[in-house]
Design a protein around this ligand. Structure first.
Ligand SMILES: Nc1ncnc2c1ncn2[C@@H]1O[C@H](COP(=O)(O)OP(=O)(O)OP(=O)(O)O)[C@@H](O)[C@H]1O
Ligand SMILES: [Mg+2]
Length: 211
């Protein structure tokens, strides 16, 4: 049984059509790569999967309780005035109720995740004062901490230095080995080689492809 399925999904922003009759089955534990030229509709497809956008036609079948983690595609100034420290942003991944107490065990989990991304030194820094690559790592750390059923990455390595990119890619491979379901938009050849399936968006539709 697929964990998520798109059946004849079409979508357009007001007038302009982006996707037409897209079909996709995502099996549990699958690592899916999505490619396509700029503006082909990769981010739009992810937003449909996440439920941020609704299909104009067709349907998306998923369990209501399905927890989908999302690392969006950044432009460096996007979250410029977010008034929280790195620790606080990553701790949001714990999905605690607002203002509830973070106990010792939670704190240790946050610190361990920060450590994993070499973010320990930055933990008391304001999130808005980070570089684009640092901010991206913080966002990924937060999503991983929330332990989602499916993790959706939209070009997560953009703006990240080579060393952090290596860590991230190793982490994604590790998540895959742990049977996490991953949907990954990227043009990074090395990561795409690790995917179970690659799909390409072209001419409004999705077809199976290769690196
Ligand atoms: N909010 C929006 N309103 C109107 N049109 C949009 C909106 N977002 C995206 N589009 C258009 O939809 C098309 C697909 O955009 P999308 O962002 O999904 O492409 P992409 O494949 O992710 O591109 P990139 O590689 O640059 O990230 C583009 O033509 C884009 O201009
Ligand atoms: Mg995009």
């Amino acid at each position: 049984m697929p964990i998520l399925e798109l059946k004849n999904v079409s979508f357009g922003y007001t007038q302009n059509l982006v996707l037409e009759n897209v079909n996709l089955k995502v099996e549990p534990g699958q690592f899916i790569g999505i490619i396509g030229v700029n503006g082909s509709g990769k981010s739009t497809l992810l937003k449909l999967i996440l439920g941020i956008l609704k299909p104009t036609k067709g349907e998306i079948i998923k369990d209501k309780k399905l927890n989908i983690g999302y690392v969006n595609q950044t432009t460096s100034t996007e979250e410029g005035s977010f008034p929280a420290t790195v620790f606080e942003v990553v701790a949001l991944g714990l999905k605690k109720r607002p203002f509830s107490y973070i106990n010792f065990k939670d704190k240790k989990r946050v610190l361990k995740t920060l450590e994993l991304f070499s973010l320990t030194m930055l933990k008391n820094r304001s999130f808005s004062a980070l570089s684009g690559g640092q901010a991206q790592k913080v966002k990924i750390a937060k999503v991983l901490l929330s332990n989602p059923d499916i993790i959706v990455f939209d070009e997560p390595t953009t703006g990240i230095d080579a060393e952090s990119e290596e860590i991230l890619i190793e982490m994604i491979k590790h998540l895959h080995a742990m049977k996490k379901t991953i949907i990954f938009v990227s043009h990074d050849k090395e990561t795409l080689l690790a995917c179970d399936k690659i799909y390409k968006i072209s001419d409004y539709t999705l077809e199976e492809s290769h690196v």
